[in-house]
Design a protein around this ligand. Structure first.
Ligand code: AHM
Ligand code: MG
Length: 324
């Protein structure tokens, strides 16, 4: 073995030292997310033994059943991030409104938005689930929490996800490519395993809940017919982080189009679609919501939903050609 061992923490310190006048605030935020991820990974792995599977008997603001682990993961992230002095606002899928921790004058430079445990309805069956996060700059003059975080995806300072699967994987972009870290459970550290991840430009796999195809617009249905006739394969776990992680590494497209049930799409812009779009573009792929690049959308509401189409450059362009 010739490569040096590099932890997530040291990687961020090195990256931050390249920026003149960097205060280290950003390193503190990533270290809080990494601490939370290790704790969540531990609970996910022991969920059945700890008796924390199943729903928590409540619904979140979007009317979806909260799993016990959704609530627990949310609490862990809030506790890890809440004490970091550089954070002004926290927003989560699980709460109706953002939490304002510090006003700009008190030093809060950043906002962190997250989906604590995406795909949690799959937990009872041992399927991979994930945490998704997005980091934005605070707007010190804006008093309203929701208006502060309603920023277009291009404004993101960093984004990433943690996949709790057969191993625990941390994927991060700070706008300078995509890096992949894996948790070594024996030393409790995320270690850099791949720097500068690039998504293949082609990949004959589509990932979509095809059972809804009667509810899709004609363009999506035409694309699917074309894919059937052209030797494509289908892979759909129903857990966005796992589906997108596979797409990032092996190529293809991931889609969640508008349906009759969810005419705006199902996935939320600020803490699902936008961070994933940032990662995809940084890895050389594309991400669209309808005919607009996802990162160019200006959201109006914290829990706004958008259609999602992302993945390999040429495969996304192919889908777009059917959407007209
Ligand atoms: P969640 O945030 O409530 O967990 O829902 C999001 C999940 C995604 O992980 C996944 O891509 C999608 O819902 C699957 O939806 P469907 O079951 O409609 O295919
Ligand atoms: Mg989610």
């Amino acid at each position: 073995m010739t490569e040096n061992l590099m932890s997530l923490q040291s990687h961020i310190l090195v990256e931050e030292s390249k920026h003149q006048g960097a205060s280290g605030d950003f390193t503190w935020i990533i270290s809080a997310i990494s601490l939370a991820a290790k704790s969540i990974a531990n609970h996910v792995r022991r969920a059945r033994l700890e008796g924390v599977l199943g729903d928590a008997g409540a619904s979140n603001v979007q009317g979806e059943k909260q799993q016990t682990l959704d609530v627990l993961s949310n609490e862990i992230l809030m506790r890890c991030l809440g004490t970091r002095a550089s954070i002004a606002v926290l927003a989560t899928e699980e709460s109706e409104h953002p939490s304002i921790l510090r006003r700009g004058v008190d030093g809060g430079k950043y906002c962190v938005l997250f989906d604590p445990l995406d795909g949690s309805s799959n937990l009872d069956t041992g399927v991979g689930v994930g945490t998704i996060f997005s980091i934005l700059r605070n707007i010190p003059t804006e008093k309203d929490g929701e208006r502060t975080v309603c920023q277009a995806g291009r404004e993101q300072v960093a984004a990433g996800y943690v996949l709790y699967g057969s191993s625990t994987i941390f994927v991060l972009t700070t706008g300078n490519g995509v890096d992949l870290f894996e948790l070594d459970p024996y030393i409790g550290s995320f270690l850099l395993v791949k720097k500068g991840v690039r998504i293949p430009e082609l990949g004959k796999t589509y990932s979509i809940n095809e059972a809804y195809s009667a509810q899709f617009s004609q363009g999506y249905r035409d694309y699917l017919s074309w894919a059937h006739e052209n030797g494509y394969s289908s892979r759909y776990i129903g857990s966005m982080v796992a589906d997108i992680h596979r797409t990032l590494l092996t190529g293809g497209v991931f889609l969640y189009p508008p349906t009759t049930k969810n005419p705006e799409g199902k996935l939320r812009y600020l803490y699902e679609a936008s961070p994933m779009a940032f990662l995809m573009e940084q890895a050389g792929g594309l991400a669209y919501s309808g005919s607009t690049p996802t990162l160019d959308i200006q959201p109006q509401r914290l829990h706004q939903r958008v259609p999602v189409l992302l993945g390999s450059k040429h495969e996304v362009e192919r889908v777009l050609s059917f959407l007209g």
